[in-house]
Every structure is written in structure tokens, then in C-alpha cells.
Design a binder for this molecule. Structure first.
Ligand code: GTP
Length: 355
């Protein structure tokens, strides 16, 4: 099957990490998110991938090229103005001539896509939707199903007294091409609140595929940190992995799980506690403490500075004795002057000077 990956959204909830790159390109364990998704699709036999792009398409196209490096063929569609999730797929209609997969471009999962495709082909509904359980369904679109797994209702962001299930739309669909006829061309349109409810109104069968497999939507800084925790904690606290050459002083204290890209310099008496990820060319100076978090490319952490579970964008410079506490998110090229103490979960736009 072909797959359409939706990567056109502005990723506003993930700002400032999405000011200079689209959400699909934010690094997960030092690789752009999309690389993980493309490898997953390839593993499930998907060789033809259409990327439905809008916001900041160039970094995606220049990284993935024709797809040969990943064993797939990439085709790119760019929307001049955003068409919404369903509108973006309608825009690719000329490329779709048999049942196809749609994937939200911000979901990291181990759902068995092969099994979903198999079930779709056995039961032959007009659409199949993967479902995943969540603790708090009130912030998502929940999907009610009958005993045979056919979808009965979609309820967007139900209040707690409307909640009848914790199974939500996982953002992974298989669609028959004929459903595209129900999507208006060239106007914004969403699957969740337009196409799927309309198919139900028309009596068209929609099959659910519930799964307890790992699933996370990386769309907020909290979830972005969470996915790193989830993936790294699988390796345990003995795990200290360096990718290429780095200078790590033997007197630096490092407790895993930690991933360190090439060209980093970790000084004497620096303390690092996982789960933490360092992008290429990061520097942690004498006596600095990094407890959890994700540092992108070329971040420097000055002497005696302390970072707790933060995300720091490319090229940012945190000078000595700063304190960047839990959940702060700094965009690219932020400079934090010596001794500055931030409030928890502060978000800082790129190119900001904080002095
Ligand atoms: P927020 O602005 O934070 O809500 O994020 P978003 O709009 O980028 O993502 P959202 O979670 O709302 O959308 C789910 C997926 O659909 C993401 O991978 C988006 O990139 C993608 N998407 C959303 N709207 C569009 C669109 O208009 N066109 C395309 N091609 N993709 C879209």
C-alpha cells in the first residue's frame, strides 16, 4: 500500500521547537522524527510514501530526498495554504488508485500496521481507524465502537460525563479511494470532524483497530520529553551511548540512560543524569549539571550551570551558574546570561538574549 504522511501543520503547541523546522523534523534520539516513521513504514512493507506538506516543507524534502536511502520512493505535495488533514489527502488524489494508508506525521508507534492492513483487506470497510487507549480522553477525539469493532460515533473532546471509552483516534487510517469523493477539493477539511462523521451519516462501514502497542503523539514539549524518557528508559541506567568521537573527561559523572552524539565535550566534574540526549557538538563545562532533557545541536552549558529536564534548541548558549528548571523549552540560538534563574516550564523564542 501507498502511505500519505501528513506533515503540513504548523506545530504551534510545540513552539518554540517548531519555529525553524517543522514538527516532523524535530530530532528524536538525534534523528529527525520522520526518519523513524519512514523506517517503521518500510518495515511494514510500505515502499511508496507521499508527504503532504505545508508549513516549512524544504527541510523535509532536503533531508529525505527521493527516499532511496530508506528503501522507499518519496513523492512531495505542497499545499499553498493549509488544507487540513482530509483536504491534504484530497490534494494527493491523483496519486492514489488503490486503498492507502494515512499517517499523522507526529505519531511514534509500534502498532502492527501489517495486521491493520490485513484486517482491512479481510473485512473491506470503507475506512479503518487505529485506536489507542489514553488516560485522559477529554482532550482527544474518542471513538465508540460496537461489539464487532465497527465505529458507531466520534466524540470530539468529550466532557468527563460524556466519556464512554478511553479509546481515541490514533491518527492512522486505511482508506478506500472512493471516500475521497466525499472530501471537497481545495478547501480546508478535517478527517475528525468532517469526513468520518459524514461516512457514518451515509451508513458507510468504518472499522476500528484497537491496539495497546506503544503510541505517542509528540505534539507538545511534555510529550516530546516523554518520548525520550520512554525510549531511553528501555535501555536502563547502565546505558551510555556515544555516536562517534566525543571528549568525555574521565572525572565527569554520567548516569544513564544517556545518548551523546559526535563532537561533544563533557568536562571534568560535569554531572549528567539520564534520561538525556545530547545532539552533535554540545559542550558541558566544569561542574555543570544536566539532569534529564534533550539538547539539540551545538548547545553549550557553562560552568556550574544547572538544567533539569529541559529542551534546548540548536546553537543555544547557557552561561555559567544559570538555572534552567523542569520543563523549560528554549528555541534555537538563545543566549542566557550568567547566573540567570528561570521559572519552571518557561518557553523562550529563538534568537532571544536573556540577560
Ligand atoms: P498544532 O498546531 O500544535 O495543533 O499542531 P499541527 O496542526 O501541526 O498538528 P495536529 O496534531 O493538529 O495535526 C496532526 C497531523 O496532521 C500533524 O502531523 C500535522 O502536521 C498534520 N496536519 C495538520 N493540518 C494539516 C494541513 O492542513 N495539511 C497537512 N498537509 N498536514 C496537516
Amino acid at each position: 500500500m501507498k502511505a500519505v504522511i501528513l506533515v503540513g501543520g504548523e506545530g504551534t503547541r510545540l513552539r518554540p521547537l517548531t519555529c525553524n523546522i517543522p514538527k516532523a523534523m524535530v530530532p528524536i534520539l538525534n534523528r529527525p522524527f520522520l526518519e523513524h516513521l519512514v523506517r517503521y513504514l518500510e518495515k511494514h512493507g510500505v515502499r511508496d510514501i507521499i508527504l503532504a506538506m505545508g508549513y516549512l516543507p524544504d527541510p523535509i524534502q532536503s533531508r529525505l530526498g527521493d527516499g532511496a536511502e530508506f528503501g522507499v520512493r518519496m513523492t512531495y505535495m505542497v499545499e499553498e495554504s493549509l488544507l487540513g488533514t482530509a483536504g491534504a489527502v484530497k490534494n494527493a488524489e491523483s496519486l492514489l488508485d488503490e486503498p492507502f494508508i494515512v499517517f499523522n506525521g507526529d505519531i511514534l508507534t509500534e502498532i502492527d500496521l501489517t495486521a491493520i492492513m490485513r484486517r482491512h483487506q479481510e473485512i473491506k470497510p470503507k475506512a479503518s481507524i487505529a485506536l489507542t487507549p489514553v488516560d485522559n480522553p477529554t482532550i482527544y477525539g474518542v471513538v465508540e465502537t460496537d461489539a464487532r469493532g465497527m465505529v458507531k460515533h466520534f466524540v470530539e473532546k468529550p466532557s468527563w460525563d460524556e466519556v464512554t471509552t478511553n479509546m481515541i483516534n490514533a491518527g492512522i487510517y486505511i482508506l478506500e479511494t472512493e471516500v475521497l469523493a466525499h472530501i471537497p477539493a481545495s478547501v480546508p477539511c478535517m478527517f475528525e470532524n468532517y469526513l468520518f462523521p459524514r461516512l457514518l451519516d451515509l451508513g458507510e462501514p468504518i472499522l476500528s483497530y484497537p491496539s495497546n502497542a506503544y503510541w505517542i503523539d509528540i505534539g507538545t514539549p511534555e510529550k516530546y520529553l516523554q518520548v525520550h524518557h520512554d525510549l531511553l528508559l528501555r535501555y536502563g541506567d547502565e546505558y551510555i551511548r556515544t555516536e562517534g568521537e566525543s571528549q568525555i573527561h574521565p572525572a565527569a559523572e554520567i548516569e544513564g540512560p544517556v545518548l551523546i552524539a559526535e563532537g561533544c565535550a563533557i568536562a571534568e566534574d560535569a554531572k549528567i543524569k539520564g534520561p538525556a540526549v545530547f545532539g552533535p557538538r554540545c559542550r558541558v563545562d566544569n561542574g555543570a549539571i544536566v539532569e534529564g532533557g534533550v539538547l539539540w545541536d551545538g548547545v553549550s552549558v557553562g560552568k556550574m550551570a544547572e538544567l533539569n529536564n529541559c529542551v534546548v534548541g540548536t546553537g543555544s548558549n547557557i552561561q555559567e551558574k544559570c538555572h534552567i528548571p523542569e520543563g523549560c523549552v528554549l528555541g534555537d540560538n538563545v543566549r542566557v546570561e550568567s547566573g540567570l534563574k528561570m521559572a519552571n516550564a518557561t518557553r523562550v523564542e529563538p534568537d532571544t538574549y536573556l540577560g
